[in-house]
Design a protein around this ligand. Structure first.
Ligand SMILES: Nc1ncnc2c1ncn2[C@@H]1O[C@H](COP(=O)(O)OP(=O)(O)O)[C@@H](O)[C@H]1O
Ligand SMILES: CC(C)(COP(=O)(O)O)[C@@H](O)C(=O)NCCC(=O)O
Length: 387
């Protein structure tokens, strides 16, 4: 970076410890936001009106860390309601929380790190409504940076989920690479990560979280992801899925390792039943859909891990949402073929990898190490609340 420009940026830092920061990951379904607010800006926090607070927290998944002199917040909005996000930023005056480039024309002074497709799509909107320039950071770079950071810095971050048991895994820094990062957002990206800086997107699938939500809305009339997920908890996929035993007269197909209870064909049962969609319970449909998509992603991930000789598969993205059935299905899919050779792992901050990566990228622009300092403040000195 040009030295003069870097110096101009440094002028923008107001306090060394409580410097507020904001980064955005604007995806196909959700906008993820990471921001720091110092205690002195608590009064600003309280300025957010209650209807806006409702919009932020209509579903869980938001995290708030109290650290040092303030708090680190992980918040999300629906991309389709970007005006809520803009209103939120404006009400908290967060647009001043990025870099400041004093030499720039008035509308370009505030620079916020942003990743995801929306950093391109909504750049003009942010400039027009907030006077903010979105400094675009590559989405894959951010996912990898966020994931590497969490795996190295956080004690209780990665865990396995087997037979309903969550077990945290502390990965030795020297033994972290290589691994397969599978980010399940609207679509799915699979990235072979070989070092802090070396990675490659090796695969992906368009059957992801957006498919679950989109198809789920059409099939069940659910209005939200949380509603759909809750419905799936109460459902029974066997009402919709065709099982091996139903094809094999109640028997296992032992020779190829398929139990009679294994799914032979997702959504296969309606083929032979003279029923309409309305005749099936929405709960059962939601359950089968979640199972089908999670299983498919787990299998594709396993095949990639096998192809590239990777032993660890780290799953991130907001689709997972710490949901037991999702994680269990993915783990079973990976384990069915790999027999423990490749391990499926999940992350506690699963949905915020990109936004964290963007937050950390302030460092690369000649900005001092504030982003890292803030993040290093947790988890040791932090308390976390979830809503
Ligand atoms: N509150 C929510 N609203 C909408 N989708 C959600 C929510 N929580 C989890 N999801 C799931 O997460 C997916 C989006 O994941 P995310 O990682 O944010 O991807 P993107 O970057 O494409 O928006 C959705 O398609 C949906 O399946
Ligand atoms: C295009 C994307 C990188 C965008 O990221 P997202 O907003 O879904 O998180 C992602 O949707 C994706 O990787 N889709 C899968 C495309 C494919 O490999 O077929």
């Amino acid at each position: 970076m040009d030295r003069n420009r870097a110096e101009e940026k440094l002028v923008g830092i107001r306090e060394s410890d409580g410097v507020p920061h904001l980064s955005l990951d604007i995806g196909g379904t959700l906008i993820k936001m990471v921001y720091f607010s110092s205690n002195s800006s608590e009064s600003i926090d309280n300025r957010v009106n209650s209807s806006l607070k409702d919009k932020m927290s209509t579903s869980s998944g938001n995290l708030h860390y109290g650290i040092r002199n303030g708090g680190l917040h992980f918040t999300k909005f629906e991309t389709s309601k970007i005006s809520d996000c803009i209103e939120f930023i404006s009400s908290k005056q967060l647009q001043h929380y990025g870099d400041r480039y004093y030499a720039a024309p008035t509308n370009d002074k505030n620079i916020i790190k942003a990743t995801g497709g929306g950093a391109f799509k909504f750049a003009d909107l942010f400039r027009e409504k907030l006077g903010v320039t979105l400094d675009k950071v590559d989405e894959m770079d951010c996912l990898v940076t966020g994931s590497n950071f969490l795996l190295k810095a956080m004690h209780h971050e990665a865990f396995t989920y087997i037979d309903g048991q969550k077990e945290f895994v502390q990965i030795d820094h020297k033994d972290l690479y290589p691994y397969l990062l599978v980010n399940i957002g609207s679509g799915v990206s699979m990235i072979k990560v070989e070092s802090d800086t070396k990675f490659e997107r090796v695969s992906g699938t368009s059957v992801g979280g957006g498919t679950f939500l989109g198809l789920g809305k059409l099939l069940t009339n659910c209005k939200s992801f949380d509603e759909l997920l809750e419905l799936s908890r109460q459902g029974n996929n066997r009402v919709i899925d065709m099982l091996v035993g139903e094809i094999y007269g109640g028997n296992d197909y032992t020779k190829i390792g398929l139990a009679s209870t294994a799914i032979a064909s997702s959504f296969g049962k309606p083929i032979s039943e003279n029923k309409e969609l309305e005749d099936y319970k929405a709960e059962d449909v939601a359950r089968s859909l979640l199972r089908m998509i999670s299983n498919n992603i787990g299998q594709i991930a396993y095949l990639n891990a096998l192809h590239f000789g990777l032993k660890r598969i780290i799953f991130g993205g907001f689709f997972i949402r710490g949901h037991a059935y999702t994680m269990d299905t993915i783990s079973v899919a990976v384990n069915f073929w790999s027999k423990g050779e490749a391990k499926a792992m999940f992350l506690r901050h699963e949905g915020f990898l990109g936004a964290l990566g963007a937050f950390l990228s302030y460092k690369e622009s000649g900005f001092p190490d504030v982003a890292h300092q803030l993040l290093e403040g947790f988890p040791q000195n932090s308390y976390c609340t979830e809503d």
